[in-house]
Write a protein that binds this ligand. Structure first.
Ligand code: ADP
Ligand code: 5GP
Length: 194
C-alpha cells in the first residue's frame, strides 16, 4: 500500500474524546504511519515514556526552543502546560519513508491543516456530550479532578472548531468510530500490485 497524494494526517479532539485510543489503533493497523512525538512541559503519566509518547522537557527548555523556531506549531493548551511539534519530527518520519500522524489539540490541528492545505487530512474526534467526556476522563484515572474540570470546561469551546477539519468522527461506540476512521483512511491509500 502506498499513499496516493496526502502527506500527513492530523487527529484532533478535546481531551478525553478517545483521540489517543484511535491514534494507537491507526498505528497498529497501518504500518505506513509514524507518530509525530511532541514536546511537552506537563509531567509524564505513569504509562508514558519519554521519546515515545512525548519529549518531556522543562518550561525553560520549551521557551528556549520556541524562541529558536524549533516548533512547527506550539500551544499553551492548558494554563502553564506547553505542547509543540518539533520541525525535526517531519524530517525524521519522511526520512523513514513514512507518513506523519499528528495528535494535536484543536487549535494546533486547525493551524497545521491551514499550513499544509490539501497535503494534510484532518480529523476531529468528538464525544456525544461533555458529560460523556467527563466520565471517560474520570474512568481513565490519569488526571486530578481539577485537571478534569479544566479539560471539560475547555472542551465546550473546543467543540466549536470541528468545521475547520476535513472529517468529524463521533466516538460514541469505539468499534463504530474505528471502522468509520479506517474507511476514510483506506480511501487515501491504494494497494500496489506487483
Ligand atoms: P484523548 O487522547 O482524546 O484524551 P483517550 O484515548 O485517552 O482520549 O480516551 C479517554 C478514555 O476514554 C480512555 O480511558 C479510553 O479507554 C476511553 N475511551 C475511548 N473511546 C471510548 C469510547 N468510544 N467509549 C468509552 N470509552 C472510550
Ligand atoms: P495530554 O496532556 O492529554 O496528553 O494532551 C493534551 C492536549 O494537547 C491534547 O489535545 C493533545 O492532542 C494536545 N497536544 C499534544 N501534542 C501537541 C502538540 O505538539 N501541539 C499541540 N498544539 N497540541 C498538542
Amino acid at each position: 500500500m502506498d499513499l496516493r497524494k496526502n502527506k500527513l494526517f492530523i487527529v484532533s479532539a478535546p481531551s478525553g474524546s478517545g483521540k489517543t485510543t484511535l491514534v494507537r489503533r491507526i498505528l497498529a493497523k497501518y504500518s505506513q504511519f509514524a507518530f509525530s512525538v511532541s514536546a511537552t512541559t506537563r509531567q509524564p503519566r505513569s504509562n508514558e515514556q519519554d521519546g515515545i509518547d512525548y519529549y518531556f522537557i522543562s518550561a525553560e527548555e520549551f521557551i528556549q526552543k520556541r524562541d529558536q523556531d524549533y516548533f512547527l506549531e506550539w500551544e499553551e493548551v492548558y494554563e502553564g502546560m506547553f505542547y509543540g511539534t518539533p520541525r525535526s519530527e517531519i524530517d525524521r518520519i519522511f526520512g523513514e519513508g513514512k507518513v506523519p500522524l499528528f495528535d494535536l489539540d484543536v487549535v494546533g490541528g486547525a493551524n497545521l491543516k491551514q499550513q499544509f492545505g490539501d497535503e494534510a487530512v484532518s480529523f476531529f474526534i468528538r464525544t456525544p456530550s461533555v458529560e460523556a467526556l467527563r466520565e471517560r476522563l474520570i474512568k481513565r484515572g490519569t488526571d486530578s479532578s481539577e485537571a478534569i474540570d479544566k479539560r471539560c470546561q475547555k472542551a465546550k469551546w473546543e467543540m466549536g472548531f470541528e468545521d475547520k477539519f476535513d472529517y468529524v468522527i463521533v466516538n460514541d461506540e469505539l468499534e463504530t468510530a474505528t471502522k468509520e476512521l479506517f474507511g476514510i483512511i483506506d480511501q487515501y491509500l491504494e494497494v500496489q500490485h506487483s
